[in-house]
Write a protein that binds this ligand. Structure first.
Ligand code: AQP
Length: 340
């Protein structure tokens, strides 16, 4: 079967956007693909992290994968820093990607802010590491939220340039016409971009200082209920048609969240709640979110209490990932002309 790769950063506050935009898809794809899911700790240190919090966060993301239904025996869960080939291939890709490509990345501009001179070199080169993560396993499909689309296009550009630049050597080493597949983004469904509960123009994010902006996977029923009830809305009742959501980002977001949590489309949600008041819709959304997210949070808590178990899952996953990574990295070295 074709191979899926995706990652989540261990940077705290895992939220509903990460869940609906990425982790839910991770679970679905297990039925049809070989899946490799990575806790991308090397990406996390592109901005400052406190070592103790980073460690807890790596275990928490691992627990979230398992609690959501990823099977670490059938598929692979590991943390990036345990497989050194990620950093090794990223260096090669630093030499394949062009500065002009990286200059166009909107996430760097957003995360670096005004003080760009002071951002880490790693934050700038982040997309090359992400390309390495995916291509190290020659993965063909990458489930991610909408915000990662531009980085994935860069990964495709890197794969294509490598294949072209080294075409003769790739063929001479017996790999045919292309060594790397061009990875396809899998961005589908009603919640590919979950927005902040406080501002329909901003994406829900781990780093938003307001905890009311997001539903964390670790939130209990009371916290979920409070956050949904306080979520920003407008005074109009819900429309009956999706077109009516166009200029109403907060309403659109809540309808999208409901649809994704309930396995429905937005028109289906509106046919049930259109014309009604927000308060009734919000009550139904609280019940749905508590039913879907509550058990995941509880299971995450249970799992993180046993650090030795989590660490053993990561070590086992890393050992299996390393086998594939070593093979592909050796091939890359041969293609480049390195002596090994
Ligand atoms: N709001 C979102 N809606 C849908 N998908 C989202 N993802 C993140 N936010 C949303 C998806 O979750 C996966 C893991 O994301 P990540 O942790 O690797 O990186 P991120 O996108 O930087 O996450 P945050 O929450 O936005 O963190 P900060 O605040 O640090 O920037 C990815 O597939 C992503 O698309």
């Amino acid at each position: 079967p074709e191979r899926v790769f995706s990652g989540v950063q261990p940077t705290g506050n895992l939220h509903l956007g990460n869940y609906l935009g990425a982790i839910v898809k991770f679970v679905e794809l297990q039925r049809t693909h070989d899946c490799i899911y990575c806790v991308v700790d090397l990406h996390a240190i592109t901005v400052p992290q406190k070592p103790e919090e980073l460690k807890a966060s790596i275990r928490e993301v691992t627990a979230a994968f398992i609690a959501s239904g990823v099977d670490p025996k059938q598929h692979i869960i590991f943390n990036q820093s345990q497989v050194a080939e990620h950093a090794e291939l990223a260096w090669v890709f630093n030499c394949v990607a062009r500065i002009g490509w990286l200059n166009r990345m909107t996430q760097f501009k957003e995360k670096a802010g005004k003080d760009r001179e002071n951002a880490s070199v790693g934050l700038y080169a982040y997309p090359c590491l992400m390309a390495a993560d995916i291509l190290l396993y020659r993965a063909t499909h990458v489930p991610v939220g909408e915000d990662q689309k531009q980085h994935l296009e860069l990964a495709r550009d890197v794969a294509q340039k490598f294949n072209l630049d080294f075409a003769a050597s790739i063929a001479a080493n017996g790999f045919g016409e292309a060594f790397f597949p061009l990875p396809e983004p899998l961005i589908q469904g009603p919640a590919t971009r979950v927005m902040s509960l406080r501002d329909g123009a901003k994406k829900m994010s781990k780093s938003d200082p307001s905890d009311y902006s997001r539903i964390n996977l670790s939130d209990d029923a009371d916290a979920i209920a409070q956050k949904v009830r306080k979520a920003k809305t407008d005074p109009e009742p819900l429309p009956s048609e999706v077109e009516g959501l166009a200029a109403r980002p907060e309403a659109d977001n809540l309808v999208g969240i409901f649809a994704a949590l309930n396995g429905q489309t937005k028109p289906e949600v509106l046919s049930a709640f259109g014309g009604g008041q927000f308060s009734a819709f919000k009550s139904a959304l609280v019940d749905l979110a508590v039913a879907k997210i509550g058990p995941i949070g509880a299971e995450m808590k249970r799992l993180t209490a046993d650090a030795a178990y989590i660490d053993s899952v990561l070590a086992d996953g890393a050992a299996r990932a390393r086998v594939i990574a070593k093979d592909n990295m050796a091939a890359v070295k041969d293609i480049l002309g390195f002596v090994r």
